[in-house]
Write a new protein. Structure first.
Length: 135
């Protein structure tokens, strides 16, 4: 790739990585997986950068690439073998005051809990529609 195009991509990636990571977190509720999804999406975008520059709407393509990476990740066979129905090995420290974390954490937990109760597809529509400006 030419140096000018690579500089444009680097500028785009630096400006959009946090927004894309927040979007990925809304999809998967795991910050580490969200970082992996964004990294894979940026890799896909890097390969197509010269073509995307001519078309425009790079931000939309980047969000779509994150969504596609998340769907691919959910389809992987090793994801299906994990079960989350066992007991947690760690117990919460009773000395820690969870009220001290503030309203924002409580609101985020309420939203995530509410999204799990939505029918399939509705939560995704909510993420794609209003999640791009979430803190």
């Amino acid at each position: 790739m030419k140096a000018e195009l690579e500089a444009q991509f680097q500028h785009f990636a630096e400006n959009q990585v946090l927004t894309l990571r927040r979007f990925a977190y809304l999809l998967c509720a795991d910050w580490h997986l969200a970082e992996d999804l964004v990294q894979n999406a940026l890799l896909k975008l890097y390969r197509l950068w010269p073509k995307m520059q001519r078309r425009g709407s790079v931000g939309n393509y980047a969000r779509r690439a994150v969504l596609t990476c998340w769907l691919d990740e959910k389809r992987r066979p090793w994801r299906r073998t994990e079960s989350g129905d066992g007991e947690l090995p760690d117990q919460a420290d009773p000395a820690v005051d969870i009220d001290g974390y503030g309203e924002r954490l409580v609101d985020r937990e309420r939203v995530l809990r509410g999204m799990t109760e939505l029918p399939p597809g509705n939560g995704l529509c909510w993420c794609c529609g209003s999640g791009k400006n979430c803190p």
